[in-house]
Design a protein around this ligand. Sequence first.
Ligand SMILES: Nc1ncnc2c1ncn2[C@@H]1O[C@H](COP(=O)(O)OP(=O)(O)OP(=O)(O)O)[C@@H](O)[C@H]1O
Length: 684
Amino acid sequence: MAEECSVAVGVRIRPFNDRERALNAQLCVEVDGPTTILQTPPEQAEAGKNKEPKKFTFDASFWSHDGFEVDAKGYCCPAPGSRYADQQLVFDTFGRRILDSAWEGYHCCLFAYGQTGAGKSYSMVGYGANKGIVPISCEEIFKRIGANTDANLTYEVMVSMVEIYNEQVQDLLVPPRERPKKGLEIRESQQLGIYIAGVSRRAVDSYPSIEAVVEEGTENRTVGSTLMNATSSRAHTVLTIEFKQVSQAAGQQGQKLSLINLVDLAGSEKAGQTGASGDRLKEGCAINKSLSALGNVIEKLADKAMGKAKANAVVPYRDSKLTRLLQNALGGSSKTVMICAISPASSNYEETLSTLRYADRAKRIKNTASINENPQDKLIRQLREENEKLRNMVGSGSPKEGETEDLVHKQAEIAALEQALMEMQKSFAERLSEAQKAGSKKEKSLDTKLPHIANLNEDLLLTAKLKFAFKEGVTRVGRGSQEDGDANQPEVALQVPGIHQEHAVVENTGGAVTLKATDPEAAATSFVNGTALQPGVAVSLSHGDRVAFGQCIFVFVEPSKGKVTELINSGQVSYAAARKELQQGEVTGPTEEELKARVVCLEPRAGHSYLKDSSLQLMLCALRCHTTKSYEVVPLLFVCEASRQLAEELERKAREAEEAKEKAKERQFPTHVCSGRFGIAKTV
Ligand SMILES: Nc1ncnc2c1ncn2[C@@H]1O[C@H](COP(=O)(O)OP(=O)(O)OP(=O)(O)O)[C@@H](O)[C@H]1O
């Protein structure tokens, strides 16, 4: 039975963040019932644009900007009489709907879209006591299963977790070193639809077991391997919960299968605006490629739904891994929800408008959802038949010229189908025991009873995800090689700039731990509590000490004195404080006046020649925050407008700067390039 249904869309507005508050950000969003209203900021109106507010109506518009209280557990709930939408309300509106559909046997997909820092992860995963849709849904699944009283009905739940990073699909339930180099292939079979060949599927039988799998996947995210400076926004993360209901009741034997896809997309801002270069730019382009492909798919599907495109027009799903994977969710047979996270600040007006337009298009998409009541036996039989057909195609004589590639492709398809068949024939009990073995193997590999360091990250979700233990004797810290199985790999291998091959050594003597840099250059980039190491001098480490190697910041943990979570949750240690401490320890940054004097070069872009004062403030603020030796590029997002007066002032300052240059020669500042949408300013 097929049912036509639209993609459900919700918008959520977060509170101002610290930076926006510091810059006296202007609120430019309002909600009225399910409608989101975007006010045109004065500078946009000045530029002659239509200043009428823009209104978009969705299934829900969540006001999470203000009006909340924080309870004793740290949970943000609505203050009496306020319209604040808390995590529970968002789950009740959309998460519950997804689970109800899964119970009926529909495939479902819920994804979060929005610019970096707009609140996608907050809605999907949540932070601390403010659990998001993913953990609440997992908990609810096992609550519902636990409430079942029908002895003939059993449930099987399996989880897989992948990320799409630089257009490669990576299995997050496999440690980075054990993954195939080019990631996993997305395949399509008549019977299985779109699937990821060879992806790990873990059987789970309780909330703690699913939580452990998600935790393991989160630890294995790309940020884990490229370390601390990458943030969660670099990759798209897809958690798939395979939910099967098996009925043994007489006359009703059969099963319903639902795939629940929960997708946290990468930040949607454009790479060009962030001033990124090198690997970051490559990531940015890959994110852009998949997100713009997603935009094209949404546009085409919306056009089809509105009769603007022909019903048989090709939808460009194959343009990126992300759209291929979401093929069923968009325009397919799945029940789909999209949550768009937006910033409330007028400085993000353009991005917010683009997100709202995206969302407006997505709500027009029509899917044809159908219940998946395919008995396993039938599916296995059909898969065998599909495989047989493929074999016959491959087997008929030697390939003709030009057919070799096709043959290789078909053989890969056969192998993938055979693997899928083998997987399908395993019993759930077998899978559970395999999953338990995988879990215990992991526990053994991480000995946190030993003194260790755990990473600190701007993103709390990624904090303490990377730990290195110090056994009795010497542990080497150094630049890890990219090659697998390198026997000379240091125990603490950090693949980030500024780390030497042999950077430092940590010595554990009966529980007393010291750190020593191997040469003067390494000493200058190794810090304990913000102070650089002295060449050849060993420093004792104590519980809670911050240890930094280049850009990687860790906290030292003595298990006999407490856990890393206690240090973080109590506020004793934080990324922000550690970063600040480091900046003070490094070459002191220039003052605002000095910085202003150093903004000397403006490259006007067509129609938008000059920076506006607020943009300059923002830029100076960003420069100051980032003026450390370790930053090469200042990531900056701002929209600036014409201001002749300011440009004249800048030119004057440039002249003054030239004069001051000679005087300032004794102090060397790093060169930064800040790129905004309309102007580029350099410091010298
Ligand atoms: N509804 C909300 N209520 C309170 N705080 C929020 C809300 N939404 C987001 N935040 C806060 O805003 C910050 C950024 O949110 P979040 O990490 O979810 O952004 P994101 O869109 O996932 O970013 P990224 O693309 O980098 O992963 C976090 O500190 C988060 O706690």
